[in-house]
Design a protein around this ligand. Structure first.
Ligand code: NAD
Length: 499
């Protein structure tokens, strides 16, 4: 069986802790590799050499660092197929979806090619008599990225590209379920000219994370994952004096107004609800039609679309709509939540619990599931299911629908489908959610905006990527300078070479 590695000081390094965890092929249920789980000693050694490497990298001028990003972007493009295959093999998402995962990360690398502009400070000329003020943006030193299983390229790239372009070294601890893509990205960064030790990919579990959180060298932690872990990491990192931004789970609602184009709304819901088996932080898991007629029409339109969905392994071709979920435990949890929805009185319109695929009986598949008449007290509404399950909650009025979104504990993304600009505008202004789509189901902002949630979906300040990322990964120093009058009063004004 394949034994994966860490990537430390510019080379693949075997784990020495003696601890491993299995990496599955979710489509077959087979173990395809094992990944080492770093010990505190392995981590501390990686951090120590990152600290040394950061000195030279931080002193490299921003434009030269940006050139590494340019080359990195080119190499990502050239290796798109290989990266996508590594993602699909461990995550189970389809190849076109895996390429989208790489693409949305690559777009952040592209913005980081312009990092010198983002790292410019500010200047005030003559803030007082003969006094100038200027500010510098300097790297933090060694920072850490801790990432989830569901976007094995995009989220590590959201972390590493701005952190490195800003002159930091990074310890990246990818998900132990999908580690291979991060190892490939580290190889490409080396080829792009990143000095050894500036990016250390250290695989591990809670033990590695806790070592990062308590280590005095690490200056900042960027985390993405589930809400309980985000809150834990934020608390422990902040207690230890680190800068931390920790993004958590989601329960994204789409409001469908009676004047919406119902075919477009149904198409959007099927893609945003079931794509990537619902394992997206921006998946729409709750449809909120306004008015009984809208709700009845929506269900009528969703059923045939759901029946047409093709579920299968990524190897079955590009017409597969979605693949398996990540582990057998995730599959069992999702099925348990569907059971609870039935027990608590929701109407099960389409049931994916017994889904089975010939030849892939041991894969972690869940068929598309649709609930109607879901209420806020039910577990299927309260919990982030993170599976191919769409819940319809019926609302009487627009205000009731808005209130539902506002009262939900999560606030990553939301959407409204309507033909009325006034309603859409009101929604965008009043909703307490970080990213809003208007007739747009998964409103992941472009890479020169920023990505982040509100409420229990994010802990700490500033968003991921865009201008916020450069603020997060640098600290500001402000210089007040006065030069006393001197040479110009009695000096030599003839042009001559500098001594
Ligand atoms: P997870 O919280 O289980 O794991 C995330 C990371 O934390 C992994 O690297 C893991 O090794 C580590 N970890 C897990 N348990 C830990 C513990 N007890 N102590 C310390 N570290 C621990 O999340 P996941 O299952 O990999 O990813 C799915 C979750 O991520 C979903 O909740 C999803 O909504 C969320 N997510 C959020 C965003 C966002 O931007 N808000 C984006 C993608 C995914």
């Amino acid at each position: 069986m394949q034994e994966l590695t860490h990537f430390i000081d510019g080379a693949h390094v075997k784990g020495t802790s003696g601890r491993f965890t299995d990496v599955y092929n979710p489509a077959t249920g087979e173990v395809q590799a094992r990944v080492p789980l770093a010990s505190p000693e392995e981590l501390k050694a990686a951090i120590a050499s990152a600290e040394k490497a950061q000195v030279g990298w931080g002193a490299t001028n921003p434009q030269r660092r940006a050139r590494v990003m340019m080359k990195f972007g080119q190499l990502i493009n050239e290796n798109m197929e290989k990266l996508a295959e590594a993602i699909s093999r461990e995550h189970g998402k389809t190849l076109p979806d895996a390429k989208g995962d790489v693409q949305r990360g690559l777009e952040v690398v592209e913005v980081c090619m312009g990092a010198p502009h983002m790292l410019k400070g500010e200047f005030t000329d003559d803030g007082g008599p003969g006094i100038d003020l200027y500010s510098l943006r300097q790297p933090l030193g060694v920072v850490a990225g801790i990432t989830p299983f569901n976007f094995p390229a995009m989220i590590p790239l959201w972390k590493m590209a701005p952190a490195l372009a800003s002159g930091n070294a990074m310890i990246l601890k990818p998900s132990e379920r999908t580690p291979s893509c991060s190892l490939l990205l580290a190889e490409l960064l080396k080829e792009a000219g990143l000095p050894d030790g500036v990016l250390q990919v250290v695989n591990g579990d809670k033990e590695a994370v806790d070592t990062i959180l308590d280590d005095e060298t690490i200056q900042a932690v960027g985390f993405v994952g589930s809400t309980p872990i985000a809150q834990y990491i934020y608390g422990r990192a902040a207690t230890n004096g680190k800068r931390a931004q920790c993004f958590g789970g989601a329960k994204n609602h789409m409001i469908i107004m009676p004047d919406a184009d119902m075919d477009k709304a149904a198409d959007a819901l099927v893609g945003a609800g079931f794509g990537a088996a619902g394992e997206r932080c921006m998946a729409i898991s709750v449809a909120v039609p306004v008015g009984q007629k809208t709700a009845d029409t929506l269900i009528e339109k969703l059923i045939p679309r759901i029946e047409k969905l093709k579920v299968g392994p990524y190897t079955a071709g590009d017409d597969v709509d979605y693949g398996p979920v990540i582990t057998s435990a995730a599959r069992d949890r999702i099925k348990g939540l569907i059971d609870s929805g039935v027990d608590q009185g929701a109407t099960l319109v389409r049931d994916g619990r017994d889904f089975s695929l010939q030849g892939y009986e041991d894969g972690f598949f869940v068929g598309p599931t649709l609930f109607d008449n879901v209420t806020p007290e039910m577990d299927i509404y309260k919990e982030e299911i993170f599976g191919p399950v769409l819940s319809q909650v019926r609302a009487e009025t627009y205000e009731d629908a808005l209130d539902l979104v506002v009262k939900n504990q999560y606030g990553t993304g939301t959407a409204i489908y309507t033909a009325d600009g006034d309603t859409a505008r009101d929604f965008a202004h009043r909703v307490n959610v970080g990213m809003v789509g208007i007739n747009f189901p998964i409103p992941v902002p472009l890479s020169y905006f920023t990505f982040g949630g509100w409420k229990k979906s994010a802990f700490g300040d500033l968003n991921q990527y865009g201008p916020d990322a450069f603020r997060f990964y640098t600290k500001t120093k402000t210089v007040t300078a006065r030069w006393f009058s001197g040479i110009k009063d009695g000096g030599e004004f003839n042009f001559k070479a500098m001594d």
